[in-house]
Ligand binder design. Structure first.
Ligand SMILES: [Zn+2]
Length: 382
């Protein structure tokens, strides 16, 4: 089985090494719920680890093994190329019915975040691991809903989980960026693309990104003559990218984008990627522009502001065999929106894509070579 969560760099597979006494039986039902727990032990304690919980569950409770499929360990921080992450311990095969929510064990996947969140606070590396694990599980189709331990039948009394897991994994209560006070409009004319509009003199520096943000319901690849779009130059936000490449938003996005390669870019294009991903973390950090991007992405922009996130940019050119990947798809989506049709957005860097890149380079008066190198990447997305 090849799961997305197995690609998380902070994942530690301890299925074979954790203390155990036998094996949990196989589930007889498909997993529908992801059950979130906290350990009620202080996160810095030496025993606040999967191994510590396993010893307790096996030796004191007599269970076959630790009661959770995953344990997130705030005390074991992993330095990944995306930033610091709490280690995620993979304790059992997904199909094992571990003990954690009584009668619901058959269909609930147990995830325990070490710590006592009656009094402690989640730290950022733990939040990121929660968010990334949750998103990976969603992508893997493991479970359909997230629930706190105390939301399961018979556990309403439980002080578990006491951290606001919804706050971490949901975007539902994320505030959206303020709408423009005075939106002006623009009527689409023959031959217009967002790119051409943005380059008209009257646009006074409005960017393609501004137009997309101002028109969340408009598909830039399907503009019609006479269509009226918002053109609120006054309210456009400052680019948050400059000098800010190392913030958490960028890291989490790049980690996800790189990790998931193809599928993430597809997700990005359909606006799905952000769900549960960028999460409330950023609101917590008080960085509204992140949320703005999130909102914008989820509004079905055919390409989104993920260029902030890409920190690995390979050279894209026509070679044999043809280059494939989410980054190619991403460039194709961008070209299409800008009015340089690359053919189908298939993630394959072939001749039609090269030709679109060439036309773009000619128009932008940058080096014309039909490949996407540093300069073209920058021109397309920065
Ligand atoms: Zn619990």
């Amino acid at each position: 089985m090849d799961y997305q969560f197995e690609r998380l760099p902070q994942l530690s597979d301890q299925r074979k090494t954790l203390p155990r006494k036998g094996l949990y039986s196989k589930r007889t039902r498909v997993i529908t719920d992801r059950a979130w727990h906290h350990s009620l032990t202080k996160k810095d304690l030496a025993g606040s680890t999967a191994a510590g919980f396993a010893r307790y569950h096996v030796e004191s409770l007599g269970w076959p093994g630790v009661g959770y499929t995953f344990v997130i360990e705030p005390r074991n921080v992993v330095n990944t190329s995306y930033g610091r992450r709490a280690r995620i311990v993979y304790c059992h095969d997904i199909d094992r019915r571990t003990y954690h929510v009584g009668n619901s064990n058959q269909f609930a996947l147990g995830i325990c975040v070490a710590g006592d969140y009656r009094t402690e606070e989640l730290d950022d590396s733990t939040i990121m691991s929660i968010a990334e694990l949750q998103q990976a599980l969603v992508d893997d189709g493991i479970g359909q809903v997230d629930k706190s331990h105390h939301e399961f039948p018979g556990y309403s009394w439980k002080q578990c989980c006491r951290f606001d897991y919804q706050n971490v994994i949901n975007t539902t209560n994320v505030s959206t960026p303020p709408k423009s006070e005075v939106p002006s409009t623009y009527m689409i004319q023959e031959g217009d693309t967002y790119w051409s509009i943005a380059h008209k003199e009257s646009a006074a520096g409005v960017t393609v990104d501004d137009l997309i943000r101002a028109n969340p319901d408009v598909d830039p690849t399907q503009l019609r003559v006479g269509q009226v779009i918002n053109f609120n130059v006054s309210n456009r936000s400052k680019s948050p990218t400059k000098g800010n490449k190392k913030n958490g938003f960028v890291e989490v996005l790049s980690s996800t984008l790189n990790r998931r390669k193809e599928s993430s870019f597809t997700a990005a294009i359909t606006g799905q990627l952000t769900r549960g991903m960028i999460v409330k973390v950023y609101a917590k950090q008080g960085q509204m522009y992140h949320i703005g991007s999130l909102d914008w992405c989820s509004a079905n922009a055919p390409y989104v502001k993920y260029h902030q996130a890409i920190h690995y940019r390979r050279l894209l050119r026509v070679v044999s065999p043809l280059l494939r990947g989410g980054d190619v798809r991403y460039v194709q989506g961008r070209l299409k929106v800008l009015g340089f049709d690359p053919g189908s957005i298939d993630g394959i860097y072939g001749n039609r894509t090269r030709s679109a890149v060439t036309r773009y380079q000619q128009t932008e008066r940058i080096q014309i070579d039909g490949s996407v190198g540093e300069q073209t990447w920058g021109q397309l997305f920065d």
